[in-house]
Design a protein around this ligand. Structure first.
Ligand code: ACO
Length: 324
């Protein structure tokens, strides 16, 4: 017998306002066609004025709790992946606790930019395996619209806002890969690449939150190799190969990266969850959003073997293998 961290509920929240690519044609030297063909993005959601990362995280968390048949009192820990918190501190996780009416347990944020959800899920799994928590809410929530430079056509057309949440619960498993739950993970980061994607402000440097800067093409060239390698490492840790994969649930940054990684893994696109056309790049929210949408569409079913993978600022990248 061994303990497994099993997904028992999933939910997401997207802000009401949907902005199609064509809207950028009015203010920037860009076209719907360029954005579609280079990134796969067709539209994205932007948070309303005054709508914060914690508001979206709370909404997604409520839906995940309902899906799991649990209330806030059942939860021991909240782990939020975000790079766009409401405030420098306290953590978004503590705001989620308060918003849900959770007066026990603990919460903290994880910051690994677009790879944040993979890092948060791995941390939540470790809390469960170590016996620190039996039920954990794992959330990815971002308001990247707040760190866009609206004059920079190479970045501002790519990102969106949203939140997704999972309830992870300790359950007994057999210890083999037929178990439901998180089976393995692989995490990496390398600060030598930090200039490829960063925000040009912060508390101890400029004193303001700054705007996102990205060298898109060099990053693009790193992405497919690193994502394939981390997915393979995570799978090989539990003796699985690409054939075992029912679904790749990738970070949704660019359809060309998603297709390139799937091709390199030998997994057909019919077995890849794609939401980038509707959400854009929502950073740490993109994987839980894709999991939630994939389950809602009836694509992901209990028992399916899933590989999630993501890369983002740091660079930081990683993969998690789980059985739904
Ligand atoms: N509209 C029209 N033209 C544009 C736009 C735009 N919105 N943006 C850039 N261009 C131009 C560039 O200026 C360039 O023009 P030039 O050739 O005259 O210099 C040309 O289009 C090609 O630009 P590239 O950057 O070479 O285009 P590329 O094919 O690499 O696509 C993209 C750009 C979509 C950004 C791609 O590189 C990408 O997706 N990169 C990775 C993004 C990513 O995965 N980020 C990590 C996760 S994000 C996170 O962690 C927060």
């Amino acid at each position: 017998m061994s303990v497994r961290a099993v997904v028992t509920g999933v939910g997401h929240y997207l802000p009401e306002r949907i902005v199609p690519n064509a809207a950028f044609e009015e203010t920037l030297d860009t076209t719907d066609e360029w954005i579609r063909t280079r990134s796969g993005i067709e539209r994205r959601h932007f948070a309303a004025e005054g709508e914060t990362t914690s508001d979206m995280a709370i909404a997604a968390a409520r839906r995940a709790l309902t899906a799991a048949g649990r209330g806030p009192d059942d939860i021991d820990a909240v782990v939020v992946a975000t790079s766009t918190p409401d405030l420098t501190f306290p953590s978004v996780a503590t705001m989620v606790q308060d918003g849900l009416g959770m007066t026990r347990g603990f919460g903290f944020d994880v910051q690994a930019v677009c790879a944040g959800f993979v890092f948060a899920l791995t941390n939540a799994n470790a809390l469960i395996l170590a016996g620190q928590a039996k039920r954990v809410l794992v959330i990815g929530a971002e308001t990247f619209s707040r760190i866009m430079d609206w004059t920079d056509r190479s970045t501002c057309v790519l990102f969106g806002d949203g939140a997704g949440a999972l309830v992870l619960e300790a359950q007994d498993g057999t210890g083999d890969t037929s178990d439901r739950g998180i089976l393995s993970a692989d995490l990496n980061s390398d600060g030598r690449f930090r200039d490829m994607l960063y925000v040009d402000g912060g508390v101890s440097s400029t004193g303001h939150s700054g705007k996102l800067r990205m060298q898109g093409n060099p990053l693009f060239r790193q992405a497919v190799d690193k994502l394939t390698a981390t997915a393979h490492t995570a799978l090989s840790k539990v003796g699985l190969s690409d054939d075992a994969v029912d679904w790749i649930v990738p970070h949704q940054a660019n359809i060309r990266i998603i297709k390139g990684t799937a091709k390199k893994m030998g997994v057909p696109m019919e077995r890849v969850i794609v939401t980038v056309q509707d959400h854009g790049n929502t950073s740490a929210a993109s994987i839980p959003l894709a999991l939630s949408v994939g389950a809602e569409r009836g694509q992901i079913k209990p028992g399916d073997l899933i590989v999630t993978e993501a890369i983002g600022g740091g660079l930081a990248w990683g993969a998690v293998v789980l059985r739904w």
